[in-house]
Design a protein around this ligand. Structure first.
Ligand code: CUA
Length: 177
């Protein structure tokens, strides 16, 4: 670490050492490889979701979510409605301070259009323990086509810091046979 200025004040005019050039080229090429891998992993590794985003407003989105909850609620769990929408339908999940609402019940091996939007500010949808992540912005309807291939109970946590109740923002998704 230099605690005194370099002896040559115009050090930035010195030619770059050969080793440094080699490492810059190596790092640049590795960056290109990793860029290509993002596209490869999307297709081959089932990583990097093919999500779509549409403009909406919190009010318009909440209206759709409320209509779905009214129509497909099958039971309640600690004050949250549990919805069981028909396969192939549009399913609306609301992110807000500090909850994921409602609880959703999917059927295994069926496809759904899962919509997620925020009513207030930025939240992070993180499905556990499978580690599927999406940023949820207010004003945008994030849509993913999901086909659950595993039955069980999954947790949803928020992985974008959203204030004092961030750590309590926990939701649930059921996948039934
Ligand atoms: Cu929502 Cu953190």
């Amino acid at each position: 670490m230099a605690i005194t200025p370099p002896s040559n004040r115009l050090w930035w005019n010195e030619p770059i050492a050969k080793m440094e050039i080699v490492w810059i080229i190596v790092a640049f090429c590795w960056g290109l490889v990793m860029f290509g891998m993002m596209i490869y992993w999307h297709a081959e590794g089932d990583q990097n979701l093919s999500n779509e985003a549409y403009r909406t407003t919190p009010a318009a989105y909440a209206e759709k979510a409320n209509a779905m909850v009214e129509q497909y609620t099958v039971r309640e769990e600690s004050g949250y409605p549990v919805v069981h929408p028909p396969p192939g339908s549009d399913v609306y999940l609301i992110a807000r301070l500090w909850q994921w609402w409602p609880i959703i019940e999917f059927e295994k091996d069926q496809s759904y259009r899962l919509h997620i939007s925020s009513m207030d500010w930025l939240h992070g949808f993180s499905l556990q323990p499978v580690n599927i992540n999406l940023q949820i912005h207010p004003g945008y309807d994030m849509v993913v086509t999901v086909t659950p291939n595993q039955a069980g109970e999954f947790g949803v946590v928020c992985n974008e810091f959203c204030g004092i109740g961030h750590h309590t923002m926990i939701g649930k998704v059921y996948v039934v046979e």
